[in-house]
Design a protein around this ligand. Structure first.
Ligand SMILES: NC(=O)c1ccc[n+]([C@@H]2O[C@H](COP(=O)([O-])OP(=O)(O)OC[C@H]3O[C@@H](n4cnc5c(N)ncnc54)[C@H](OP(=O)(O)O)[C@@H]3O)[C@@H](O)[C@H]2O)c1
Length: 454
């Protein structure tokens, strides 16, 4: 028999004045970029949020490993309890909502399970946790009759998960395309607009705090892969295993690819996509050629943008800040507000992943996809190169749409580009494996699909 968490108010009393006397207690675990951002936004917006809710919110307890040696935290209020041990936050009877912002996935999972076990409502910003364990946590929260907030896990301060789960809950989605990682979008737009190399743009992103000292998770597309897994679950009600999603990063994109992209009236973006393919889903993360006129091509810098394609409502696009302490803090607090409203209404549990009944999320192989492709080759120039490449493509039944070659490159490292007519991707991959072995190649070939965006 489940029991409501202990709240510091009587759930049956609904008159406005007693509502305002009610207090909902928050416990914040993790005081890094997002934890501190959340606390700052809370302190600044507390009265506005309380006016929305008609009850009091109190930050009761905060936790981080180094809290006792930390900088001055008096701005939080002297009455806020501090601890190095997250268990103390969960043991605090004044805490109704636990906010988990520790970062490390294994620690986050332990805290999340313990919070739900203790019948605390839970808010997390951890995309790994939700992509890998979202269904388990949703089931545990339903069993405990508490709520789980996950808005900050995808696109930081951009309310994409609420839009899919609530605003578009009547829709049948056909596809979703997203620029889901601000670091890689910043790098690509710097390369595009300033004409710098990948390395220079990455160094700039690190200097500005947009990229981690070790940028692998972002640059190789893994961060976006967690996010597209969550979005696919919310859009289609299918559980998608993160490790089954093909991923490709942006480290091989060169300045010359933007020059050719512009000639073709396109640009390059790292896209996370989830699309219906009959009974299956096709889900991937990879750099793609985007038509210059497409809405996603207008998403610049560290911004995120998500285009949802519905079968009735057509296209809905949401853009906004994908990261940053305070922007993400707003998403965390939006979950707190939603949970507080549920508490005030009697604590009814909502479905954080948008579905109560799930279907298997079998993925369609990307090789089945029929798309046009960009093929960039860098060669040591000599006669007969084009005919050798064309022979291989013809043998695989691939038609060439155009051949482009910009002047001004050294003959020992000469880039040129072919655009290929729509063909199955596995066929293009086989042809490229053969082309890769040609003796005059000075660098491995690069292929990118042309995105067919609505
Ligand atoms: N950064 C962003 O813009 C952003 C955007 C969206 C989502 N997120 C997600 O938000 C979460 C937090 O990210 P962040 O950037 O704020 O991380 P962060 O700056 O590394 O902060 C992590 C915090 O957790 C504390 N912590 C770690 N292990 C702990 C433990 N065992 N017990 C108590 N405290 C512990 C750390 O304490 P000490 O410093 O004292 O060791 C630190 O205060 C991550 O899941 C991240 O993916 C981040």
């Amino acid at each position: 028999m489940s029991r409501q968490p202990r709240l510091s108010f009587a759930a049956s009393d609904s008159s406005a004045s007693s509502r305002e006397r009610r207090t909902i207690g928050l416990g914040l675990i993790g005081l890094g970029t997002v934890g501190t951002g959340t606390a700052r936004v809370f302190v600044e917006h507390q009265h506005e949020i309380e006016r929305r809710l008609g009850c009091r919110l109190e930050l009761k307890h905060v936790c981080s490993r180094s809290i006792l040696k930390r900088r001055d935290l008096t701005w939080l209020g002297r009455e806020v309890k501090r601890t190095r041990d997250w268990r103390e936050v969960l043991r605090d009877p004044g805490v109704d909502v636990a906010i988990e912002l520790v970062g490390t996935p294994s620690t986050a999972l332990t805290i999340a399970r313990a919070a739900l076990q203790a019948r605390k409502h839970l808010v997390t910003a951890n995309k790994n946790l939700v992509a890998e364990h979202g269904r388990e946590l949703a089931e545990r929260s339903a069993q405990a009759r508490v709520n789980l907030g996950i808005e900050a896990c995808v696109a930081g301060g951009t309310p994409i998960l609420h839009a899919i789960r609530e605003g578009l809950a009547g829709e049948h989605f056909n596809a979703l395309f997203g620029i889901l990682n601000g670091t890689t979008n910043y790098i690509l737009t710097e390369m595009e607009q300033r004409g710098c190399s990948f390395r220079e743009a990455l160094a700039e992103a690190q200097a500005r705090g947009y990229a981690e000292p070790d940028p692998t998770l972002d640059v190789e597309g893994h961060d976006a892969r967690y996010k597209i897994a969550i979005l696919a679950m919310l859009c289609f009600g299918r559980s998608v295993r993160v490790r089954d999603i093909p991923v490709e990063g942006i480290a091989r994109i060169e300045q010359v690819d933007f020059a050719y992209a512009h000639k073709l009236h396109h640009t390059i973006r790292l896209i996370g996509a989830a699309q219906r393919r009959g009974e299956r889903l096709m889900v991937f993360v990879r750099p793609m050629m985007i038509p210059g006129a497409a809405q996603l091509a207008g998403v610049h810098g560290a911004t995120n943008g998500i285009l949802m394609v519905g079968s009735k409502g057509g296209n809905t696009m949401i853009t906004g800040r994908g990261a940053g302490g305070e922007a993400t803090g707003v998403a965390v607090l939006s979950d707190v507000v939603e949970i507080a409203r549920a508490i005030l209404a009697g604590g009814a549990s909502t479905s954080p992943l948008g579905y109560m009944h799930w279907r298997p999320g079998k993925l369609a192989p990307v090789g089945d996809n029929v798309v046009g492709a960009y093929l960039r080759l860098v060669v040591r120039d000599r006669p007969g190169i084009l005919s050798r490449v064309c022979t291989i493509l013809a043998r695989h039944g691939i038609n060439i749409d155009s051949v482009l070659q910009e002047p001004g490159h050294s003959k020992s490292r000469l880039p040129f580009v072919m655009t290929l007519e729509p063909t199955r991707e596995d066929r293009v991959a086989r042809a490229v494996r053969e082309i890769r072995r040609l003796p005059f190649l000075a660098a491995p070939p690069l292929t990118m699909p042309f995105a067919e965006l609505p």
